[in-house]
Design a protein around this ligand. Structure first.
Ligand code: AVI
Length: 332
């Protein structure tokens, strides 16, 4: 999963001539009429956004996916030891499972060791869940799987309190797409659906050479720039907007002190853009804040665990120590 499209866009807002997806329209307008202008990251991932994000993950500068994949290919044994513990059965819940490229390494190992668990991938995308329900039982014979299609917390509410121990996977550094305070709210909310003894494995991209981080979000081929600009295209298509993509330019900055890597689209001219029935004015060089990719150090990850009601247990680091999958248990 990417933590994408948190609330599904289900209802439509009618005006005289056109219909717009109501939630998207409301969120986009709210973001573009606040100061500074901003757009919610959950709308990045339409079909083209998904395709561009796949390209980002394959581009040489974007190290994040490879680091976490290395942890999942080389340290699943340690991860599994922590998960299995006394051998009680558990639900293995993955938030935003996507195609579970990483977690399938863990699933194979758990199956090979005859572990008693049910895999419950949660994803907002119906087609993702259908894909997993069709392909995983073939790829991983013996896997018990219950796909859950919907919002993370709605789905967690359905499994909470069934008396089975829970192990929750939040992979992909998706937590980094929230500012720190929001990440803490997210972890506190996650904790509220869990019980003492439950476990979370959560991926964080770590602070490192600032040049490497900046390059990862400003790649040579311009894929990340296209990924950001795609949201303007999406608004043109879905919200009757008339953004001229040539009049906006991707800009990204990493602050090594705060660990915040932020990307913006800069308006190259003073201009007016129609969105639905509204007109949004841009000054020359005014920006839209598109995304944060927050980086942490290990102490900050541990602090986040403790302040949200978890006990930090272990950091699984890749060989370059650029990424951690942190293992937390719910505080007794
Ligand atoms: C999904 N998320 C963890 C990515 C990140 O690294 O913040 C999204 C991304 N945006 C641009 N490049 C990657």
């Amino acid at each position: 999963m990417r933590w994408k499209c948190y609330n599904s866009v289900i209802s439509m807002l009618a005006d005289n001539k056109t219909t717009y997806p109501k939630q998207f329209y409301a969120d986009a307008l709210a973001g573009l009429t606040t100061y500074p202008k901003q757009l919610p990251v959950k709308y990045f991932y339409d079909a083209e956004g998904d395709r561009l994000f796949q390209q980002i993950m394959n581009c040489p500068e974007y190290y994040v996916t490879d680091c976490e994949l290395e942890i999942f290919t080389q340290q699943t044994g340690v991860m599994a030891d922590h998960i299995i513990r006394g051998g009680e059965p558990f639900d293995l819940i993955e938030l935003g499972a996507g195609d579970c490229t990483k977690s399938r390494h863990l699933l194979s190992l758990l199956l090979a060791t005859d572990t008693n668990f049910i895999y419950k991938p949660i994803d907002i995308s119906t087609s993702t869940i259908q894909f997993l329900e069709t392909t995983l039982p073939i790829d991983l014979p013996g896997l018990r799987l219950i796909g859950m299609n919907g919002d993370y917390f709605d789905m967690l509410a359905q499994t909470a309190g069934n008396g089975t121990r829970k192990v929750v996977l939040c992979l992909g550094a998706n937590i980094g797409n929230m500012p720190v305070a929001e990440a803490q709210d997210f972890c506190i909310k996650l904790r509220s659906y869990l019980s003492p003894g439950d476990m979370v494995i959560i991926g964080f991209d770590l602070k490192k050479d600032p040049h490497l981080i900046r390059a990862a979000y400003d790649d040579e081929q311009g894929i990340t720039a296209r990924f950001n600009l795609n949201l303007l295209s999406r608004m043109n298509r879905d919200l009757g907007a008339d953004f001229d993509l040539g009049q906006f330019k991707h800009y990204c900055i990493y602050d090594p002190a705060s660990g915040a890597c932020k990307s913006y689209l800069i308006s190259l001219e003073k201009q007016r853009v129609k969105i639905g029935d509204e007109i949004i004015a841009f000054q020359k060089n005014e920006y839209i804040w598109m995304e944060i990719s927050q980086k942490y150090d290990l102490a900050e990850v541990d602090e986040l665990a403790v302040s949200s009601g978890f006990t930090p247990v272990k950091h699984l680091l890749d060989s370059k120590e650029w990424f951690t999958d942190a293992i937390w248990t719910v505080k007794q």
